[in-house]
Design a protein around this ligand. Structure first.
Ligand SMILES: Cc1cc2nc3c(=O)[nH]c(=O)nc-3n(C[C@H](O)[C@H](O)[C@H](O)COP(=O)(O)OP(=O)(O)OC[C@H]3O[C@@H](n4cnc5c(N)ncnc54)[C@H](O)[C@@H]3O)c2cc1C
Length: 597
């Protein structure tokens, strides 16, 4: 049975010492989340994940979901009780507005809890994650009636949410979608069509399921400009009574798939289901983007979550498994062999995963805090800057954390040798589960194109300039600090490569867009390395400060500094290779005719 220990201490170190969240106490909800409250919430969440969700992960993978003849779907044994515990604990709405039944606490706390849930049981965590995504769209774009009807029920976990975009002929290109919406005289709409791959589309965890559905109104313009968003409940709400009237939306089948077996991936049939418009007609994509951006960050967190749990298991195994002797002579001569953790190549792998995880967690929390500022600050300029950060970093977090997160589950599996390939240790499940995160919520190739094609040029490059401005200001502020030189020096090289890559695109990709398309994934990963390098500088700075203070936490802080050095020496230099590939341009990528493939 795989192990899992929630990284509560690390999250608290990041929030308290690295990002000093006390600085944001002027924002609504932050003062209520004092240091003690944060520790209590994260501690409880950690226990729930370790003791309730993690033990359900392997059995849930084996059993999977079952669709019955009447279209109902049963989740694996134990999921229903765990979901009730999750809902009763108020976890769904820790960051939802208080006036709608939530606790109004910082979104950064929800993100930290979601990482733990993803590590403990990714399939289970998706039922909650999709509900939180649907909630964000309804809270931002719903009418007062819609908010009153749906949000409190969803915050309480009595109803869950879904996101219905994909159709058989419409995946990345949402402009192709065909699901039809027909206006009714009472202001509602009837929806007709088929959606596929709908996560949590049908299940037995909640009393009702609230589908957010993209559809096209009759006579709407073609393409993405003719798409509208609708809220379509599985059971129609009835004032003062639990809903019981079915609404013409049913689960036609569930997919057999590589991983996340405990999460039902459904074909949803809309046969004249009643829906209500969310936001404006033909502007559905704006409202959907609210949900998709939150979901993209959530999926990035899944990459980190799987990388973390895979690392913890690989580290434990490496300390236990006896094979061979250390190159420098036996470390445990009394044993038949040394544990494999003595071997530099095994340590290289563990350090690679660890150095990614700890910085990725920082990047996610930093960005979640920017999300809080973007939604809660009273100052327009501050809100704007935070929103810029969020827009720029969202594709980086989604794409990089899931690409690397998946690669790390494979690396961690490798530590087990052949024992990682068989099911017994649970490592192959982490690999299978992590794989989807690179594909859904927009494939990672699309994240890279979003970064290069939309986010870089947006508003004259304002967000990117602000990012460069912040990192450069940080490096010059620390330039005289001897203790920081090993970190800031390496970061300066990485930042230089990112600036050169950006300049290369400006000179070579405007007239030849294939150059941007061919280099986009490298650019995204180059950006990710620089962002993670910046996080390591911030972590090292906080670790040095802690080591110099009364509450030194010496072993943990020194480990941070060593891991920071490893990242700078052995991971950040990959920026040069990414820059080299970007500069190679699209020629060899595009030269062969399609028939040659
Ligand atoms: C388990 C699972 C759960 C899912 N959950 C949901 C859900 O809850 N709701 C929902 O609506 N959808 C969901 N999806 C669908 C998922 O979001 C899509 O599969 C994904 O967006 C990609 O669409 P597609 O599969 O049609 O691939 P396609 O769009 O056909 O893409 C195929 C390949 O072409 C590339 N490509 C496509 N267009 C371009 C382009 N313009 N430039 C460069 N490359 C391009 C892609 O990167 C990809 O590699 C889920 C899918 C799975 C498998």
């Amino acid at each position: 049975m795989p192990i899992y220990k929630a990284p509560v201490e690390d999250v608290l170190f990041l929030l308290d010492d690295v990002f000093q969240v006390g600085r944001y106490d002027n924002l609504p909800g932050f003062a209520d989340a004092s240091s003690d409250v944060r520790a209590a919430i994260l501690g409880e969440a950690g226990k729930f994940c370790e003791q309730v969700l993690a033990p359900l992960n392997r059995p849930g993978d084996k059993e999977g979901c079952t669709r019955h003849g009447d279209g109902s779907v049963t989740t694996p044994k134990g999921f229903k009780e765990a979901f009730k515990q999750y809902s009763d604990g108020g976890w769904m709405g820790i960051s939802a507005p208080e006036e709608l039944g939530g606790q109004g606490l910082p979104g950064a706390l929800t993100v930290a809890v979601n990482e733990m849930m993803g590590s403990a049981n990714m399939a289970f965590s998706m039922y909650a994650g999709l509900t939180q995504g649907a909630l964000s769209a309804l809270i931002r774009h719903g009418t007062a009636e819609q908010k009153a009807a749906y949000v409190p029920e969803m915050v309480a976990g009595r109803w869950t949410g879904t996101m219905n975009l994909t159709e058989p002929d419409c995946g990345t290109d949402l402009g192709l979608l065909r699901t039809k919406a027909v206006r009714q005289s009472d202001g509602s709409y009837k929806l007709f069509g088929t959606k596929i791959f709908i996560s949590a589309g049908e299940h037995d965890l909640s009393e009702n399921i609230v589908h957010l559905v993209l559809a096209r109104l009759e006579g709407a313009p073609p393409g993405i400009r003719g798409v509208s968003l609708f809220v379509v409940p599985k059971l129609l709400p009835q004032a003062g009574r639990p809903p019981s009237r079915p609404n013409g939306v049913t689960c036609g089948s569930i997919e057999e798939k590589m991983g996340i077996h405990g999460n039902a991936t459904c074909v949803m049939n809309y046969d004249g289901a009643t829906g209500w418009l969310v936001g404006e007609e033909n502007h559905g994509i704006n409202a959907m983007f609210t949900m998709m951006n939150g979901a993209r960050l959530g999926v990035g967190v899944q990459g980190l979550a799987l990388s973390e749990v895979a690392y913890q298991n690989a580290a434990a195994y490496a300390k236990d498994r006896l094979q061979g002797r250390a190159l420098t002579g036996a470390k445990f001569p009394d044993k038949a062999a040394d544990p494999i953790i003595v071997h530099p190549d095994v340590r290289r792998v563990l350090m690679t995963i660890r150095a990614f995880n700890e910085a990725a967690r920082a990047l996610v929390l930093w960005t979640a805090l920017q999300g809080d500022i973007a939604h809660r600050s009273g100052d327009d300029k501050t809100r704007q800057a935070a929103d810029d950060h969020l827009g720029l970093l969202t594709p980086v977090i989604k794409g990089v954390l899931t690409d690397v997160g998946f690669a790390n589950t494979v690396l961690a599996q490798q530590i087990y040798g052949g024992h990682g390939y068989i099911a017994e240790h649970g490592m192959e499940q982490f690999v299978r589960d992590a794989r989807i995160a690179m594909m859904y919520e927009g494939t990672n190739g699309i994240q890279a194109l979003d970064l290069v094609g939309r986010k870089l040029p947006k508003d004259g490059g304002r967000a990117l300039q602000a990012f460069f401005g912040e990192v450069s200001a940080y490096m010059s502020e620390k330039s005289a600090d001897e203790k920081m030189k090993p970190y800031t020096g390496a970061l300066a090289t990485g930042v230089g490569h990112l600036q050169q890559a950006t300049a290369w695109f400006m000179q070579n990709a405007l007239a030849k867009p294939d150059n941007a398309g061919a280099g986009a994934t490298d650019y995204m990963h180059l950006f990710g390395l620089v962002a993670l390098g910046y996080m390591w500088c911030r972590i090292a700075e906080a670790a040095n400060a802690k080591l110099a203070g009364a509450d030194a936490d010496t072993a943990r802080m020194q480990a941070k500094l060593v891991t920071a050095r490893f990242f700078m020496e052995r991971m950040l230099p990959d920026t040069a290779a990414h820059l080299g590939r970007i500069r190679a341009g699209a020629a060899s990528v595009m030269e062969l005719p399609s028939e040659a493939f």
